[in-house]
Every structure is written in C-alpha cells, then in structure tokens.
Design a protein around this ligand. Structure first.
Ligand code: MG
Length: 397
C-alpha cells in the first residue's frame, strides 16, 4: 500500500491580510507551508508529497521547501500549479500523482500546519479502509439555521453534527476518476474534497479529527500561533566557530559554498571550505553538540573531498530536530585575497539556502590582517563565525 499527500497551497489567503498569502507567513520563524510539508514528508506512511501552488508563488514555495533533510526532500514532487477553484487545484495535484499512482491519497490544507503524526496515520488507514474518509470533530457550539433576515429558522441537533477538517483520505484511482468526471460535467465549485465523492453518490466515512489541527484563517490566527511558537523558544544561545585552511595547488577556493576563482586552492580533507566549517562549528557550539570533527572525523575516508554543504546542513538540521530555529548567522572571512566583497551576496544566498534560513538572517563580512601573520603572508584563509539559535527551554537540555 502506498500513500501520497496533496498539500493545497494555491489560495491567495486574502482574509489573513499581510503582504504574503497566509501559507507563506511565518509562525515561530518557520513558514506555515514549510511546517505542513515537513509534517507530511516526515511521516513514514507518506511516500510522495505534492504541493499545489499559485504560479506567482514559485519562488516563495522554493524558499519554503529549501533545506529539507534529504530523506524528506526525496519525497517531494515538483509543485503543481493550481486552478481557479479549490476543486481545480486538487485535480491538478491528482494529475501530478498519476505517474506514481499511489493506492491512497490525502488532501490537506496548507494552512493547517499542526497536524499530528497520529492523525496522518488515522487518515491513511481510513482512506484505505473506506475509500473516502474525513477527519471530524464534535461541534461544541450550538448551530442554528437562519433565514435571510437573520431570524432563527431551525436549531440543529448537535449530536449529529461534525466539523470536518483535512487531511481527507481517498483511494486514489476512484477519487481521481470522480474528480475528472466532475470537471468534465462542469462541476467546479465544490469546496470540500469529500463533496466530490458525495456528488458522485459515493459514501464518505468519518474518523477522529483533532482539535489542535486548526486552520489558520485570519491575521489574528497567524499572530496567535506565532506568539505561541516563540513563547516556546525561550532558550536563546550563541555559539562561535573558527577554522583555518592553508593555500595549496588549485585554481579556486570554496568559501561559504561558493567557488571563487583564485591562483591557489585550499588544502584539506574535504573541500576545505573554511566559511562553512566555521559556521558548522558555531551551530554545534550553540547546541553544545561537539564539533565538526566529532561528527565528521577527518580519519573517515567517506568525507575525503566531500562538499562542505552537508556539514552545515547537518548542523542546521540538528537545530530543527531540537524544535529550534536559527535566528542569525554571522561569518567573517580573513584573508588578503581573494576579494570577498564581489561575492558577498552569492555567499549569503548559498549559506542561507544550505542552512534553510532567509538570506536576511545571514551576514558575511571580510577583513584582512594588514599583511600581518599567516593570513597577511597569504599562506591561507581563516574564518570566524557566530550563530544565534532559539530552542525550546528545557531544564535538562
Ligand atoms: Mg576545516
């Protein structure tokens, strides 16, 4: 049995206000969409994840998905572009999954980032068992039907009412077929995925939803979730890193993940990227988690010639695994040559990409030592770095 997830992220989210659609706004420094993608891609029962996005949001999507751990990134299919309605967007997601042909498909709102692994597991099972199933929670408010003048016409029996969430789960072949049939019939305004099955007269089962699986709709929802996320990240820490590599034969140096032409290379076991090594140690220092040599011993032949992006990506992932975020990275490169200035923004962009943080949180500086010392004699390059991270506060961490 294989399962895939469609994350519906094509909406413009205008009700939430702000300069960005709500799925690209951040809570606790991490975009809503990123949280949702991670929730599904990290689930062992989900093999593929396809996000359906607005074509204008391709850059935003790439930023949200950047730096996912390799295990998760390999599950991500290229994004599909959404249509004019939710129903058309889901169909685009279904077509994007046609080649992988999963047994079960989950359809989920990007704006529900707090879905638990247990709920995803229940969805997969219910979809496989019933063919169509939706997570439902009891309604705590009394629900009344009103007429056009706002006068109560009927009070509904709360015991038989359910509020329905996502992920909604379906057997893929039947759901895709019904979706195509509905589109061909010109039915395109069904706002709920199960409604497509209901339109075809097929039964839809319910399974236990989750009150914490809220849909972020208003600006206030985003603000509250953001405050709650930051309130957990009280443990602010700074780590420092330092590294040196000597010049050796070559025609370029790797600095912060960028190849910079130079009459010499840097000697070292890996690609000798002093910048990424110092940044890696700064993050590990903030985590009190050893140093780069402890995690990637130079004696281990598998790191020979390795590109150093994996070291920094590893340290950044260690921060995320602790439920934390990287608030700031600051790198100082110390050398007489090459000139770093012309490459500064390229290095910032590359460090940001590798660490999975916005470029606005990455600083790159350069200095010489006024021809003094080994850097002054052009024997090598030194790098200093600091990293500020925020972790959930815990007594024993
Ligand atoms: Mg080094």
């Amino acid at each position: 049995m294989t399962s895939a997830a469609i994350i519906v992220a094509a909406g413009r989210g205008t009700r939430a206000g702000g300069p960005l659609p709500k799925q690209y706004q951040t809570i606790g420094g991490v975009s809503v969409l990123r949280r949702t993608l991670e929730a599904f891609a990290s689930h062992p029962a989900v093999e593929h994840v396809v996000a359906v996005i607005h074509p204008d949001d391709l850059g935003r999507f790439e930023e949200a998905a950047a730096g996912l751990p390799k295990m998760l990134a390999t599950k991500m299919l290229p994004p599909a572009f959404g249509g004019a309605t939710r129903q058309a967007s889901v169909l685009a997601g279904l077509e994007a999954l046609a080649d992988s042909g999963p047994d079960t498909v989950l359809v989920h709102d990007a704006a529900r980032p707090f879905t638990s692994p247990a709920l995803i597991a229940r969805a997969v099972e219910a979809g496989a068992t019933h063919g169509a199933a939706v997570p439902a929670v009891a309604v705590t408010d009394t629900v009344k039907v009103v007429d056009g003048a706002g006068i109560v016409a009927q009070t509904l029996d709360r015991a038989s009412l359910r509020a329905v969430q996502t992920p909604q789960a379906f057997r893929y072949p039947a759901f895709a077929a019904v979706h195509r049939k509905a589109a061909e019939a010109g039915v395109d305004t069904l706002t709920d995925d199960a409604a497509v099955m209901e339109w075809a007269g097929l039964p839809v089962a319910t399974f236990e939803g989750e009150t914490g699986n809220v849909k972020l709709t208003s600006a206030d929802d985003i603000l509250k979730a953001d405050s709650a996320a930051f309130a957990r990240l009280l443990d602010v820490r700074t780590g420092s890193g330092f590294d040196v590599h000597a010049f050796g034969p070559g025609d370029h140096v790797m600095l912060g993940g960028v190849a910079i032409p130079h009459p010499f290379g840097l000697a070292g076991h890996s690609d000798a990227d002093v910048g990424l090594h110092a940044l890696t140690d700064a993050l590990l220092g903030a985590l009190c988690d050893g140093d780069i040599g402890a995690h990637f011993p130079p004696s281990d032949p598998q790191w020979k010639g390795a590109t150093s992006d994996r070291f920094l990506a590893f340290a950044a992932q260690r921060v995320r695994e602790r439920g934390g975020l990287i608030a700031h990275l600051d790198l100082t490169l110390i050398c007489e040559a090459p000139k770093v200035g012309p490459h500064r923004d390229a290095v910032r962009a590359e460090v940001a990409r590798i660490a999975g943080v916005p470029q606005s949180r990455v600083s790159v500086k350069a200095t010489t030592t006024e021809k003094l010392g080994f850097t002054g004699r052009r024997e090598g390059i030194a790098a200093l770095a600091s990293a500020t991270i925020r972790l959930p506060f815990s007594e024993d961490a």
